[in-house]
Design a protein around this ligand. Structure first.
Ligand code: NAP
Length: 506
């Protein structure tokens, strides 16, 4: 019987995907795993985002790993700290912390002679067979390019870098720039604190009023006792997200009409004042920007201590924000809820592939990958949640699981010595991107708005078909689309020749 090779793998990032990959690799019998995490704890997005009101807008029972259901969620849409606690619990239960090196960022990863040479901020080097890049999508805060931003004398911070030392109460004047998903969660909390809150809105957003509800002790008891009830919740949530939400934004007429109806009715009946309602009415089609799932924002923005400002920001001074109508809005605190740079992915680290190709150069014109995961000239490198992953209002955990299985299937082939190096064929990437582009034509994302979904060419970097189709297409790697090379076949039988994950001083 042929003996399998044992690969060495570096996983970059200990967020939701990094934890998942460590578990999956270990379950597959791979033990030479190093997870490099730049911060001092795991959790990724849920560790970073601690702003008031932080929660998930994907139903909790669906926002869990399939192998680790959680019948104990306190809310239908779980709050940030509870999600963070879930990931910490999973990491402990599956004993993956032992693979994680905290406070060690990857600064440089380059492919040479069939191996990845990974350098870290601790001046260490690892030499491995595979790199799994689990750096997530939205983790580089975007700061607005507004004149005078640096001159503000009060406290200023991004929502992803919340300053918990700053008291927010009746005596504080807070300004919030931005009205995206994050702002819709944070603003009601700020308003409820009694602070005077000025919301600087550039573009209004459509809001779906999906109610959050508390899951009481009896419901939890039932779900703990009868596992099938929890499974039903999960299936129902998945069905709803796929057959209503995802289809509504990817050109399915009935769902599109329904989603549009719910959002428009929500605006009509939630906002009493006609002038305020018109200020909050988007001009683009529902779903063009990520639909906000929220029941608190409209209520809060009508409170006397809330001020919706739509005149546009002219500049920021040391005392506050001056709008284009010349009005000065004096502030003590300025919150930047201005989103993230979605296309940084693994950057700013240096990723260098074949022929010394730097990722900045490879992606200088457009950010493309084969099936979101594989990049030409970067063999044995897997980009998790890469471009055209079916993000939208679906669970990223489910997406990572599907991609994780795909990666494991390729690594398995390597273990059976079917190849040494793997990367996509250029024509396969072209065909994949043309296929995606054809599907994007009918989607809401090209519905006349600006959003973080769009790349520099104005193309949404999303998956335009159904979730089931994506799962089906990802179920087995199409080896005909991939270039496989066997570098060792000339001088060995290609088996048992992988070096152990070596660590040396860089
Ligand atoms: P976002 O959706 O990109 O919103 C950024 C906001 O900042 C927009 O309102 C934008 O206005 C505004 N903005 C940016 N630059 C500005 C400037 N120079 N002047 C004035 N306004 C400016 O960011 P986000 O709210 O952080 O959400 C990002 C994503 O994170 C979401 O789409 C979602 O995927 C994820 N998220 C998820 C959850 C969850 O519950 N699962 C919660 C929060 C966030 P324009 O619209 O005019 O550009």
């Amino acid at each position: 019987m042929t003996q399998q090779r044992t690969p060495s793998v570096v996983v970059i990032g200990a967020g939701m995907t990094g934890i998942l990959m460590a578990i999956k690799l270990r379950n597959a019998g791979i033990t030479d795993i190093t997870v490099l995490e730049k911060k001092d704890n795991l959790g990724g997005t849920w560790r970073e985002n601690s702003y008031p009101g932080v929660a998930c807008d994907v139903p909790s029972h669906m926002y869990t790993y399939s192998f680790e259901p959680n019948p104990n969620w306190s809310n239908f849409f779980a709050r940030g700290p509870e999600i963070q606690a879930y990931f910490e619990m999973v990491a402990d239960k599956y004993d993956v912390r032992k693979f994680i090196r905290f406070n060690e960022a990857v600064t440089d990863a380059r492919f040479k002679d069939g191996k990845w040479f990974v350098e870290t901020s601790e001046s260490k080097q690892l030499v491995v067979d595979f790199v799994v890049c689990a750096t997530g999508i939205l983790h580089h805060p975007a700061y607005p390019d507004i004149p005078g931003l640096d001159t503000f004398k009060g406290k200023m911070f991004h929502t992803a870098e919340w300053d918990h030392e700053q008291a927010i109460n009746e005596s504080v004047k807070v300004g919030v720039i931005g009205t995206g998903s994050t702002a819709a969660q944070a603003i009601p909390e700020l308003i409820n604190s009694g602070a005077s809150v000025s919301v600087f809105q550039r573009t209004p957003q459509w809001i779906l009023p999906l109610g959050d509800f508390n899951i009481g002790p009896t419901a939890k008891k039932i779900m703990n006792k009868y596992a099938f009830t929890h499974k039903i919740m999960r299936r129902f949530a998945t069905f709803f997200m796929e057959h209503f939400f995802t289809k509504a934004v990817t050109g399915h007429t009935i769902q599109k009409i329904l989603l549009s109806f719910f959002c428009k009715t929500n605006l009509r009946f939630s906002i009493k004042d006609k002038q305020l309602r018109e200020k909050l009415r988007p001009e683009y089609q529902v779903g063009c920007k990520r639909v906000i799932v929220n029941k608190t924002f409209y209520k809060a923005i009508q409170r006397p201590n809330a001020h919706l400002i739509t005149q546009g920001i002219d500049r920021i001074t040391e005392n506050g924000v001056v709008t284009k109508d010349g009005k000065m809005h004096e502030l003590d605190v300025l919150v930047l809820s201005t989103g993230f740079n979605p296309f940084n992915f693994m950057r700013p680290m240096n990723l260098v592939g074949r022929e010394s190709l730097h990722i900045d150069q490879a992606w200088s014109k457009s950010i493309k990958a084969y099936r979101s995961i594989l990049l030409p000239n970067y063999p044995n490198f897997f980009l998790m949640l890469g471009p055209n992953t079916p993000i939208g209002n679906f669970s990223v955990i489910a997406m990572s699981e599907v991609q994780g299985n795909y990666v494991l299937k390729l690594i398995d082939k390597w273990r059976r010595s079917e190849f040494d190096e793997i990367e996509p064929k250029p024509q396969a990437i072209k065909a994949f991107n043309e296929y995606v582009k054809r599907g994007l034509k009918g989607t809401a994302w090209v519905g006349g708005c600006q959003s973080w979904y769009l790349d520099a060419e104005g193309d949404p970097v999303l998956w335009p078909y159904t979730w089931s189709q994506w799962v089906k297409e990802m179920s087995e790697p199409k080896m005909g689309d991939l270039i496989t090379t066997s570098i060792m076949s000339g001088n060995s039988d290609g088996k048992n020749c992988s070096k152990k994950n070596e660590e040396v001083a860089a």
